[in-house]
Design a protein. Structure first.
Length: 198
């Protein structure tokens, strides 16, 4: 029942990052992400929107820490992010307009990856903690999710360490499998990512 229809582009995310430190063994980057709810929807209702919803903007702080052991192509990474939503309005399930504050979200990623020639392999553990949203009182949607991800990729990005490339690119195929969770979508999923740098 707590759904709505959404059309258009959905959410647009603007990201700004800053390189906080680099060396032969470490790479640290932090920044901010702003999500703009550009999709057109029906009546925003309930606490489980497909997009950020009517007049609701998300801001996110992120920190990426990468460690490079002295093995060519091997990388170990940590990623932290904290999502905060600006207060907006939505209908509750009784059809009454109410003040809506989407619960803050914390995410943690831990991964290992290895690149050799034009091939890429990766394994990642992901933990998500969702705090309770507020829609005319508590919405009882707090929850968590732990999941794993296996990825294999192909492309010339690894060659950037030794050569100047006109068009760096990489395509990755991944399988994400939930391990445990509560009040979050728990279903395995396939994903396809492409990175192209102009």
């Amino acid at each position: 029942l707590q759904t709505e229809t959404v059309s258009g582009l959905g959410d647009i995310r603007l990201k700004a990052g800053y390189e906080m430190g680099t060396s032969t063994k470490w790479f640290v980057r932090g920044g901010l992400t702003l999500s703009l709810p550009s999709g057109r929807s029906g009546t925003p209702r309930g606490v489980y929107p497909f997009s950020s919803g009517k007049q609701i903007y998300d801001s996110q702080f992120f920190l990426h820490i990468n460690w490079y052991p002295f093995v060519r192509g091997l990388r170990n990474g940590l990623r932290f992010s904290q999502n905060t939503a600006i207060k907006g309005e939505r209908e509750n399930m009784d059809g009454v307009d109410s003040s809506f504050s989407k619960g803050n979200r914390f995410e943690f990623h831990y991964n290992w990856s290895y690149e050799h020639s034009d091939l890429f392999y990766a394994f990642e553990l992901h933990h998500l903690q969702q705090l309770e949203s507020q829609l005319g009182g508590g919405a009882n949607d707090q929850g968590y999710l732990d999941q794993g991800l296996l990825e294999i990729g192909w492309g010339n990005l690894n060659q950037l360490e030794s050569n100047l490339l006109e068009l760096p690119w990489q395509v990755r195929l991944g399988h994400r499998r939930p391990l445990r969770g509560e009040r979050q979508p728990i279903a395995p999923a396939w994903q396809l990512d492409a990175q192209i740098y102009f």
